[in-house]
Design a protein around this ligand. Structure first.
Ligand SMILES: Nc1nc2c(ncn2[C@@H]2O[C@H](COP(=O)(O)OP(=O)(O)OP(=O)(O)O)[C@@H](O)[C@H]2O)c(=O)[nH]1
Length: 301
């Protein structure tokens, strides 16, 4: 039975940390849906994306953020700013670290920005499944305890779903009483076209190397949907002709591979046949040009 509305707890929870520590994996695992794409490459997430978890105790609105890193472009600066801006508007912060790497200098730098903090901050020690020995969690907890005023230190494996129930219990304990912010069936604040573009970008990240993944933007150009068919086209922007050539591949083979992988996932997600058309174009140094950053939606939300 649902808790009476007045007793429900709800709030916004920022998920921050270095790139690649597993922030998106964590949010997806708790929400139970692919809200944010995940790849082994750092700086996969570029926008703040809300993932909504609803149950009888209440609603947690997670805000997945870009990993805080040393920026090399205006896009990178914007990503960092987006992550930092969220900290001011939430009820709780989850600072995620990669336990398999221990406490790093990068973690310390970000922790240095978090404190003193008006909102409670938890340290989430992710990837404990990747530790050679579980006993190593204890010294890491001690190390993290000394590094900041964390209200809770929670070891988890987002990949295996370990420790997540306890994390959710602790989050609810810190959230104020309040109503749902989103209808209970909503999982993300983004439209499906955003997720479709992200799924295409994920396949590019997974199937290309070196500088190409970071130079890519994907925008949906057209979207037509019937009960049985989704037809969409997307424009992929890169920064140089060489990157375009890599992305297209010999005889179009790479683009075909990307398109097939994306189409399969989109068909699964939407439960219907998908017809996907991809175009590639070059816009030099778009990551440093405010006009393109705005056009592609990398601006203040
Ligand atoms: N072994 C292990 N790997 C994990 C775990 N959580 C995430 N990963 C992997 O870590 C990599 C990065 O995961 P993401 O969720 O994209 O990390 P992120 O912090 O959102 O990354 P950015 O978008 O770069 O900020 C992926 O290859 C994940 O599969 C975990 O609990 N255990």
């Amino acid at each position: 039975m649902n808790a009476p509305e007045a007793k429900r707890r709800s709030g916004f929870v920022a998920v921050v940390g270095r790139p690649n520590v597993g922030k998106s994996t964590l949010v997806n695992a708790v929400v139970g849906s692919k809200v944010a794409i995940v790849t082994p490459k750092p700086q996969t997430t570029r926008h703040n994306i809300r993932g909504v978890y609803t149950e009888e105790r209440g609603q947690i609105v997670f805000v997945d953020t870009p990993g805080i890193h040393r920026p090399k472009s205006k896009l990178g600066e914007w990503m960092n700013e987006s992550a930092r801006r969220v900290l001011r508007d939430v009820d709780l912060v989850l600072f995620v670290i990669d336990a398999s790497r221990g406490w790093t200098e990068g973690d310390a730098r970000i922790a240095g920005e978090l404190f003193p903090s008006a909102v409670p901050v938890f340290a989430v020690l992710n990837k404990i499944d990747a530790l050679p020995n579980r006993a190593l969690v204890l010294p890491l907890i001690e190390r993290v305890q000394d590094a900041g005023e964390f209200r809770e230190i929670v070891p988890v494996s987002a990949l295996r779903g370990e420790g997540l129930d306890r994390l959710v219990d602790l989050v609810f304990a810190y959230l104020p009483e309040g109503p749902y912010f989103y209808p209970p069936d909503v999982l993300s604040d983004r439209p499906e076209a955003f997720h479709a573009a992200e799924i295409i970008r994920e396949k590019i990240l997974l199937l290309t190397e070196e500088e190409v993944p970071h130079a890519v933007d994907v925008q949906i150009e057209s979207w037509e949907e019937t009960d049985r068919l989704l037809s969409l086209s997307a424009v992929i922007t890169v920064e140089r002709e060489g990157q375009k050539a890599i992305l297209i591949g010999r005889g179009g083979s790479k683009l075909k591979e990307i398109g097939t992988a994306a189409r399969r996932e989109l068909e699964e997600r939407f439960g219907k046949k998908v017809f996907l058309k991809l175009w590639v174009r070059v816009r030099e140094r778009w990551r440093d040009r405010p006009t393109f950053l705005r056009e592609f939606g990398y601006r203040d939300t």
